[in-house]
Design a protein around this ligand. Sequence first.
Ligand SMILES: Cc1cc2nc3c(=O)[nH]c(=O)nc-3n(C[C@H](O)[C@H](O)[C@H](O)COP(=O)(O)OP(=O)(O)OC[C@H]3O[C@@H](n4cnc5c(N)ncnc54)[C@H](O)[C@@H]3O)c2cc1C
Length: 279
Amino acid sequence: MANVAAIQWYFPSELDEVPEILTQEGVIPHSGGTGILWGGLTRVRGLMDVSRLDLRFVRKRDGALTLGAALSYRQTVEALAVKGQILAQSLHCAATEPLRNRITLGGSISMFPYWSDLMGPLLALEAELSLVGATSGIRPLSEYVTNRKLRQNTLITSIRLSDASWQGTYYRHTRTPTDRPAFSITVLMRRNSKRIEAIRIVVIGCRGRFRRLTEIENALNGAPIPGDPAELIATASGKLNFDFPARMGFSAEYLKACALIELERTLGSALGSTQRDPS
Ligand SMILES: Cc1cc2nc3c(=O)[nH]c(=O)nc-3n(C[C@H](O)[C@H](O)[C@H](O)COP(=O)(O)OP(=O)(O)OC[C@H]3O[C@@H](n4cnc5c(N)ncnc54)[C@H](O)[C@@H]3O)c2cc1C
């Protein structure tokens, strides 16, 4: 059996208390608590519970949306569902209802598993994070996930979406409805009756954890809406260069083949040529 040291709990109620708590060796935030055990507790000496901090808010100001990091997936869906927001679509399908009641935004960003239903929409929306601790201030999410130093001894306090008004389509590749996805695809689009004004595409779960498909975005940005979107999509997909590791009983080749097919379908759905259910 793994040797687990006695764990000290901390319950700050003010953000001012956080930096000092997190400078201690082996002390990490505890939010929903659904992910901490995946990593094992052998090096954990202390857990800083975030539930007494004021981190469960939804604020809208000047077109920007700010979400507190301790909001659960369920609370986020409830806050955003009326607007048809892409995050409401993706988080509504994640895991099971009891888990959605616990899993939080901050814990899910910090952990970033390949099965995340949160990270595709947030990366596509070019989210920014508010951080407190060894690093404090506002940083782009894309920097947080690629710079290990930003994640050490640091608490995510909120997520800012400066422009959340995109039309979104989300796909998760699962074996059953409550399964975690082997990969997911997020497409955000703005279009008029004639042209694609702007498009963003993010794949989660490929090698390197995620890819923003800028090669396809560049080919489609400003392109006329075709009579038959299949042709445009096939040309765009030909520019793709991504791979998947084998996982969940799927081979790498099979996952790549599935991802290409599902990318075409998701783009088709975003262009309005087909309807699809995200799950
Ligand atoms: C059976 C099962 C199935 C799941 N399926 C899915 C799924 O289909 N889709 C999906 O999206 N997710 C799914 N999840 C959730 C996912 O695997 C993680 O467990 C979850 O995202 C972690 O979030 P949490 O709030 O529980 O974080 P916690 O467990 O509290 O923490 C996870 C990590 O983040 C750190 N942390 C916590 N809060 C913060 C913060 N505010 N700032 C900085 N660091 C922080 C912790 O120190 C820890 O290292 C599933 C989980 C389980 C158990």
